[in-house]
Write a protein that binds this ligand. Structure first.
Ligand code: NAD
Length: 316
């Protein structure tokens, strides 16, 4: 039976599944500089995004047979190197897609009704200040009937499309790999509705969307920069719940200040965990600290899927 260190935690459901299968699971967080010493006593390691599993750790831990990432992005693991050393590397790519998609709409609803600014400025008392804010926030807009542009039409991009279609929005999607097929809406009472979507060019998405949401992996250079902001509709809203680096942050600030972009919702940043001060203070930006997958439901799915992958691995 395997000894597992869940260094960035694991949902209690996943821990119980592993323990019921006879494995031991330790959930204390070992600091990065003590990880190699601690791992001498373990067969498997699970991480989220905090713990780094680089070449030095892999080389120094010959007992390690499996690295599990609870979630999607494996930027914190030297995946190819680990696999070249015979270590299995697994993740749970689909478990958090809906939660991330719903966070996109939390940011969109926030932006179109100025919630990020209202939360900062609500007066404790005084009709004058209250009425000033009422005037400042008088020109909210509805999402229904508007067009959302989705850049990166993979798991989360498609979940975002499903939520948007359910709200009565139009969807324009772009991906490096063209897609033409149905997006399935899972409605109440078990009703499923298929709506066809065909990807278009990036230029079309940028020029014709009322809101643009990014769902691509980390890129070497930003996908949205000054030229893209210039080509967008005036008053567009931009949301990034993908990875820092996909938006040129100084260009975004400029576009917000000029009024070209009406608002932005950001869950990810260039310099995590220390976002640029200009973003933190900005009245047109709604910010969250990389919490796309941080729902009870997503964490339960992640824990369950990860536990089952680990159980399968050590059964072989
Ligand atoms: P995915 O692999 O299913 O989809 C990504 C899609 O982007 C693919 O279809 C790919 O072809 C496309 N793509 C890649 N480069 C592109 C480009 N330059 N232009 C257009 N399309 C491009 O991944 P996913 O599960 O949908 O995740 C999407 C992003 O969300 C990733 O960056 C992931 O790390 C991030 N994510 C964030 C959170 C969070 O907490 N905010 C949680 C989970 C995932």
């Amino acid at each position: 039976m395997a000894r597992i260190l869940a260094n960035d935690g694991i949902d209690p459901i996943g821990k119980k599944l592993l323990e019921d299968a006879g494995h031991t699971v330790d959930t204390q967080t070992v600091p990065q500089d003590q990880l190699i010493a601690a791992l001498q006593n373990y067969d498997g390691l699970t991480v989220r995004s905090a713990t780094k599993v680089r070449k030095d750790v892999i080389d120094a831990c010959p007992n390690l047979s499996l690295i599990g990432r609870g979630g999607v992005g494996m930027d914190n693991i030297d995946v190819d190197y680990a696999r070249s050393k015979g270590i299995a590397v697994v993740n749970t790519p689909a478990a958090s897609s809906l939660s991330v998609a719903e966070l996109v709409f939390a940011h969109l609803f926030t932006g179109v009704r100025f919630l990020q600014d209202a939360n900062r400025k609500m007066p404790a008392e005084g009709a004058a200040k209250f009425n000033d804010l009422k005037k400042a926030y008088a020109k909210g807009i509805e999402l229904r009937g508007k067009t959302i542009g989705i850049i990166g039409f993979g798991r989360i991009g498609r979940e975002t499309a499903a939520v948007a279609l359910g709200l009565g929005m139009n969807v324009l999607a772009y991906d490096l790999f063209p897609f033409s097929g149905n997006i399935t809406l899972n409605l109440t009472l078990g009703i499923k509705v298929d709506i066809p979507v065909t990807t278009v060019s990036l230029e079309e998405v940028i020029a014709n969307s009322d809101f643009i949401s990014l769902h691509t992996p980390f890129a070497d250079k930003p996908i949205l920069g000054a030229a893209e902001f210039a080509a967008m509709k005036p008053g567009v809203g931009v949301v990034n719940c993908s990875r820092g680096g996909t938006i040129d942050e100084p260009a975004l600030i400029e576009a917000l200040n000029s009024g070209k972009v009406a608002f932005a919702g950001l869950d990810v940043f260039d310099n995590e965990p220390t976002p640029a001060a200009a973003l933190l203070a900005h009245p047109k930006i709604s910010l969250t600290p990389h919490i796309g997958a941080s729902t009870n439901e997503a964490q339960e799915r992640i824990g369950t899927e990860l536990a089952n992958l680990i159980i399968d691995h050590f059964r072989k």
